[in-house]
Design a protein around this ligand. Structure first.
Ligand code: ZN
Length: 455
């Protein structure tokens, strides 16, 4: 009796061990994993029914089947279905839109991704998932049209463009210039209209401007700005470096900059100052002058610029300067402003109000205030002896902001007058010419407003 009882106990325990062990095996085994497949859809919530949708399905034990459906109010269309022979741990899909997209009238649809894994869990049926993604359908490209623009642009010069851009889901709007430059337009006058100044960099042999609009669904529209290109010639000057200049101004400047520390020899120092120091100074100027505000432009009226009274031009904008010593080429640079001189320490009075965005020492430019006038237009004043305004100040028309001098890389007392459009130096002479401003800025704005008011 006792033996039999013992025997049945052993049997019972063994049975329990098998059941518990089996349960534990099932519970911990990869064969019986209980995690549903993971579905990822690369989407920002919009689809143009043109580009394929990227879908990733992954699972620990492996995906054995999947289905992708497009569900509208009326119907459900299978876009993809596959039952695999061998399960895969991860699957990348490019789901093409249905062939007849014109039949899809809904603005909002659902994409349903169903997937099943090969796990033996769930009475051998495996784990399944059905992920639902809501998408806004946008098949239409943004609508772009040029309303008004300057008739021409000169090499090194400025132009203005006003255009209309319409789209419910606009993502990015800009004007592509040279070197992938993106001019940022500002809203103009009434809803749907935009305005931007453009600039043709003086060192570039040609120029092209294209308005580009993209929407959330990836539709792209482009409108070419029809500008007549005037290839203005600029002077190339061959300049002989004198020992007096190298041992005087250059030796003095070399002590000042971190880039010239440890650089021996006046020619090497000159090269570093003319190239490395200049590049750093210009980079700061470009950064400061690239900023454009988002606010709507209702009016933009600039007065003819003439920051220095009774001044003479002592160096032109765009001069391509090549430097030689004893007949050997040393370095080169572009002069990106207009040099004006009158009396020593003459007062500098800009004719346009603005906001001071910088007022400090900037290497070769010496003491340099810089003013923002709106619409991405900036002016800068180099080599000043003293500056009367600080960063953040508002300045009025004809307010004295500084006195001329020879701080930085300047031989005699003068003003280096710079004008920039969204980070690009432009020909100051255009902004000093009332006829040019009337034709290229004021009339373009006037024409645009008339056109907009008629619509
Ligand atoms: Zn200059």
């Amino acid at each position: 009796m006792s033996n039999k009882k013992n025997g049945s106990s052993v049997g019972l325990i063994l049975g329990l061990i098998i059941i518990v062990g089996g349960a534990l095996f099932v519970y911990s085994s990869a064969m019986f994993e209980r995690v549903t497949p993971e579905v990822k859809v690369q989407s920002n919530g919009y689809w143009n029914l043109k580009k394929p949708l990227k879908v990733e399905i992954s699972d620990e034990s492996g995906v054995i089947s999947y289905k992708v459906k497009l569900v509208t109010k009326e119907k459900s269309v299978d876009l993809l279905y596959e039952k695999l022979i061998t399960a895969k741990k991860s699957i990348s899909l490019e789901v093409e839109p249905p062939r007849s997209t014109y039949s899809i009238k809904d603005k909002k649809i659902k994409i349903v991704v169903e997937a099943q894994d090969i796990s033996k869990w769930n009475y051998l049926k495996g784990n399944s998932t059905a992920k639902v993604i809501d998408l806004v359908i946008d098949k239409r490209r943004p609508q772009l049209s040029i309303v008004s623009n300057s008739y021409k642009i000169s090499r090194g010069g400025s132009a203005l463009v006003i255009f209309k851009a319409e789209d419910e889901n606009i993502k990015e709007l800009y004007i592509e210039g040279n070197h992938d430059k993106k001019f940022k337009p500002q809203p103009f006058y009434k809803d749907g209209y935009y305005i931007s100044l453009l600039a043709w960099p003086v060192a570039d042999p040609s120029f092209k401007a294209t308005v580009i609009a993209t929407d959330m669904a990836g539709n792209i529209a482009k409108a070419y700005v029809p500008l007549y290109l005037k290839n203005k010639e600029y002077r190339v000057s061959n300049i002989k470096l004198s020992d007096k200049f190298l041992k005087g101004k250059i030796a003095d400047l070399a002590e000042e900059f971190s880039q010239t520390q440890g650089v021996e020899g006046p020619l090497e120092q000159f090269k570093v100052i003319n190239e490395d120091v200049r590049a750093k100074n210009e980079q700061l100027i470009h950064e400061l002058s690239s900023k454009v505000k988002d606010e709507r432009v209702k009016r933009f009226k600039m007065n003819k610029m003439y920051p220095l009274k009774n001044a003479q031009v002592v160096a032109h904008f765009g001069d391509h300067r090549k430097y030689y010593y004893n007949g050997n080429y040393i370095s080169e640079s572009y002069h990106l402003g207009l040099d004006l001189a009158s009396n020593a320490m003459a007062t500098i009075k800009p004719q346009n109000a603005g906001e001071v965005v910088f007022s400090d020492y900037n290497g070769l430019y010496g003491n340099m205030p810089m003013i923002y006038h709106g619409l991405g237009l900036y002016t800068l004043y180099g080599h000043c002896s003293s500056v009367k305004v600080g960063s953040g100040d508002s300045v009025l028309k004809n307010e004295v902001i500084a006195n001329t001098g020879k701080s930085g890389y300047a031989m005699g007392d003068h003003l280096h007058f710079g004008v920039l459009v969204q980070g690009i130096e432009v020909r100051p002479q255009e902004w000093m010419d009332s006829q040019w401003m009337k034709l290229n800025i004021d009339n373009v704005i006037k024409n645009a407003k008339e056109t907009i008011d008629r619509n």
